[in-house]
Design a protein around this ligand. Structure first.
Ligand code: PEP
Ligand code: MG
Length: 852
């Protein structure tokens, strides 16, 4: 039995491995090796179980002989990864008329009947596959109930209930083996990442009844709180119980440690409690993991049935990993690998408590994580008014535009009908750390009548309280219980360990001083993208911008822009100060100018008043500027070439800010980035102008300074022509939002409408605006980086689209040898951890944890 890999008694030296017998069998062997009081157990390999499913039963009499003839047995599943599940355990195999008589003497007829009834019920429905309704009666109905059930079995199955333990065991093993092969079980585990040929092992274990005279019962114990990860003995114990009954029980189940809320095992059976604590601590240390211990107490003696990894929230995962490393149980490198990088962003925001009831009104795309509760408002002005009253609000819009940004600042969260992962609301939301759901098109957004209508026709009005969960994309009614953000000492420690391993730079996309402060708090190594246009939406500046747009001549535009210059200079000084010498990459103006013009009649009337022009002039001008395809129109460097005054003003402001910093003793080397380039000549023209401005500023101030010029690669052509562009610049930064849009010919603002259909039908594996399309867009990135570096050795290469914060995309960039990635400030910790895990995996071969 011991040398037979297919059916082996679990001993310290038995040939058992997770890959052949599953995680439970391996764990039980480890417990046996620790000399813990584990009941006798036989493990069946994946191969053996596969054969059982195909009708070839191993020598079950031999298995049966491993156990005391009077013992009851149980069978539990043992899949390679516990998350893949498996059929439920079957307990009390071996119960028959004779056992019933014996147990009636020792436990009393009622308890014996309950045991037997439960087994008959399980066997009838799972093994004999009889109608569950017939056996649906209460197993506590006593001896009479048992007799009824045995009769029912005989009638339905046309044979008496099997009395032989090996025969019962065969039936149970066959039904569990076949359940694993069933289509729904297969689909379920594949959805959790199991391979198509994942195997199931089974363990046959002697039952410790948990029933009888003296202190008997069962329970579970763990040494850490599953929500916080802090040391705390949690679990339940139920006298006269089996399996995991204690967890499902109500008030009868007692606490483990002394507790003011009620009786405890510590008081009831202090020695057993101490023994359990010792065993649990030993398991934690030697299995190098926080374990939940499944135990039985029989006449005061502790038996350990099983150990499973403690289920844990993301914040508990961090603390548990850090404590294991601080206790010297695992090295810090391994602690870094134990936390799923995707889940870290949840720690940076408030969350809906996992135990809260969720009244789901509808769903959209969770575009910026965290949860927020507030009263519904339907426009930016109402959001600002609400903030002024000190009332939290959720800004509900069909989609957002730059003029909503002030409202977004004032809101606790944003919900839009349209859009995808890189639409305006999503990008700004992530930048602000503001929970955001976009593309919630299953709800009807009637913003004119201030109504939000759910698919079930529930009406929500302005002022109604909702909660948006920007992590799951769910819109919830009312205010469920929340968990606060957890940037605690454990998190900081883990991130410190991560940074020590990381080998690719992480910067943040930050437009405002608040963003920059967040970036610093999260230890970004610089700003990789400052989108300067957001600075112009400030109320005081918007009118000046509009005045500039309406100026007829170059000198007219320059004159108006001169008024914006000191404001821009101050913006940059603030960013430089906050970043304390770390690099700041400023992107020159990018959006089409008409985005700054009012879309409504009222807005146009107000503008006409401010500019002292007839409304008809304003309207005509706005109409004349309209483009069929603004995202492919007059924007980015094309504006720089045709309306050069804006870039000139910005370059001057950047240089003067850099000089001002020099005066305060903190030299900075600003980085200036040109957006939406597609041709070499564009770069040549802009570079010449910027160099000329630098020369003027140097001459005027009599001081030298350096700066770095770069190109943002956002069009496929810029990537293809990188070899002729790169000699003009110090760096190339891939703007993968636009590059994805243009490579696919897919509007980033409209893709949300059908993206879920596309992903569901397998057209795209993932939303390419969320996870970098390494095959298509990735090829352009590689090709652009190679051609750029080929023509300009030492060229800095980076990515600053929203993909920069995504672990899978970081993996691609690291392998392609990029110098850094830049992402929304709130994604910086995710990126730092993911990058560290990639470096550790490359060095050690360890795998990083993935959230199930
Ligand atoms: C991009 O296109 O990837 C980018 C970062 O720029 P924006 O999102 O501002 O267009
Ligand atoms: Mg872009």
């Amino acid at each position: 039995m011991q040398n037979n890999t297919d059916t082996t008694l679990i001993t310290p030296i038995a040939p058992i491995a997770t890959a052949t017998h599953g995680g439970r069998a391996k764990c039980l062997q480890r417990l046996v090796r620790l000399d813990l009081p584990v009941p006798r157990t036989v493990a069946l390999s994946f191969q053996a179980v596969k054969r059982i499913a195909a009708g070839q039963m191993p020598d079950i009499d031999e298995v049966d002989r491993q156990f005391d003839p009077g013992a009851l047995l149980c069978v539990r599943p043992s899949s390679e990864d516990p998350d893949w599940g498996g059929p439920g355990a079957v307990l009390n195999i071996g119960m028959n008329d004779q056992q019933y008589e014996c147990l009636s003497d020792s436990l009393g007829a009622r308890a014996a009947a309950a045991l037997y009834s439960r087994f008959v019920q399980a066997y009838a429905t799972h093994v004999a596959r009889l109608d569950p309704d017939v056996f649906d009666s209460d197993s506590d109905e006593g001896p009479k109930g048992l007799q009824r059930m045995l009769r029912a079995y005989e009638e339905e199955a046309d044979e008496p209930f099997p009395q032989s333990r090996p025969e019962q065991l065969k039936g149970v093993l066959r039904s569990m083996a076949r359940a694993w092969e069933g289509t729904s079980a297969r689909l379920l585990r594949q959805a959790k990442g199991a391979p198509a040929d994942a195997g199931l092992g089974l363990v046959v274990q002697e039952m410790i009844p948990g029933l009888g005279q003296g202190e008997c019962g069962s329970g579970v114990l763990q040494l850490a709180n599953p929500v916080t990860g802090l040391p705390q003995i949690t679990g339940r114990y139920l006298s006269q119980s089996q399996g995991r009954e204690a967890l499902g029980a109500g008030a009868e189940a007692i606490y483990l440690e002394k507790d003011p809320r009620g009786p405890s095992l510590e008081e009831l059976a202090p020695e057993a409690f101490e023994a359990l604590k010792r065993d649990a601590a030993l398991m934690r240390e030697r299995l190098r993991e926080e374990m939940q211990v499944e135990f039985v107490i029989q006449n005061g003696n502790v038996h350990i049935l099983d150990g499973v990894r403690v289920a844990r929230s993301p914040r508990a995962a961090v603390r548990i990993a850090v404590r294991l490393a601080e206790d010297g149980i695992i090295p810090p490198q391994e602690a870094v690998m134990r936390v799923d990088a995707h889940s870290v962003s949840e720690l940076l925001h408030r969350q809906v408590s996992p135990t809260a009831a969720r009244d789901v009104l509808g769903r959209g795309i969770g575009a910026s994580p965290g949860a927020a509760t507030g009263r519904i408002v339907f426009n930016a002005a109402a959001a600002q008014a609400s903030a002024a009253r000190g009332e939290a609000c959720i800004l509900v819009r069909r989609e957002t535009a730059p003029e909503d940004v002030r409202g977004m600042h004032a809101a606790a969260g944003v919900l839009t009908e349209k859009g995808g992962m890189t639409s305006h609301a999503a990008v700004i939301g992530r930048g602000l750390g503001l929970p955001c759901i976009v593309g919630a098109s299953e709800l009807t957004f009637n913003t004119r009548d201030k109504l939000l209508i759910t698919p079930e026709r529930r009406l929500l009005r302005e002022g109604d309280v909702i909660t948006i969960d920007g992590s799951s994309g769910e819109i919830l009614a009312g205010e469920p219980e929340m968990l606060e953000a957890a940037l605690d000492d454990a998190f900081q420690t883990l991130m410190g360990w991560a940074d020590a391993e990381r080998d690719i730079g992480i910067r943040a996309n930050a437009d405002t001083p608040a963003d920059a402060r967040t970036a610093r708090n999260f230890d970004a190594q610089g700003i990789g993208l400052c989108r300067t246009e957001h600075m112009f939406f400030d109320q005081g500046r918007l009118t000046v911008m509009r005045e500039m747009i309406f100026a007829e001549t170059s000198s007219g535009r320059a004159e108006v822009l001169a008024r914006l210059l000191p404001m821009q200079r101050d913006d940059f000084i603030q960013l430089f100060k906050i970043m304390e010498g770390r690099p700041v990459c400023i992107r020159l103006f990018d959006p089409p100018l008409h985005e700054f013009l009012p879309a409504t009649r009222t807005g146009q009337r107000e503008l006409a008043e401010a500019l002292d022009l007839p409304v008809s002039d304003v309207t005509r001008r706005i109409e004349a500027m309209a483009e069929y395809n603004p995202m492919l129109g007059l924007r980015g460097v094309r504006l720089g070439v045709t309306v050069p005054e804006i870039y000139e003003m910005q370059a001057r402001a950047i240089f003067e800010a850099a000089l001002a910093m020099r005066e305060s003793g903190e030299p900075v080397v600003p980085e200036i980035m040109i957006p939406l380039v597609s041709a070499r000549r564009e770069v040549e023209l802009i570079k010449a102008r910027i160099d000329a401005i630098a020369a003027t500023v140097r001459a005027k101030h009599g001081e030298e300074f350096d700066y770095r010029l770069g190109v943002m690669v956002e069009t496929p052509r810029a990537a293809l022509r990188a070899a002729e562009i790169s000699p003009y610049v110090s760096f190339l930064s891939f703007g993968t939002n636009d590059l994805t849009q243009m490579t696919y010919g897919l509007s980033r603002d409209d893709a949300g409408r059908f993206m879920s259909d596309y992903v569901r039908k397998g057209v795209f594996n993932e939303d390419p605006f969320h996870v970098l399309d390494v095959e298509g867009v990735g090829e352009l990135l590689k090709l652009g980086a190679d051609r750029g570096r080929g023509a300009h050795p030492g060229l800095t290469v980076s990515i600053c689209g929203e993909h920069g914060g995504n672990p899978e995309s970081i993996e691609f960039c690291r392998e392609a040898g990029f110098d850094y990635v830049s992402c929304s400030p709130f994604r910086v910790p995710v990126a730092r951890l993911a990058a560290a895990q990639l470096a550790i995996a490359a060095k050690t071969g360890l795998n990083a944890a993935k959230r199930p």
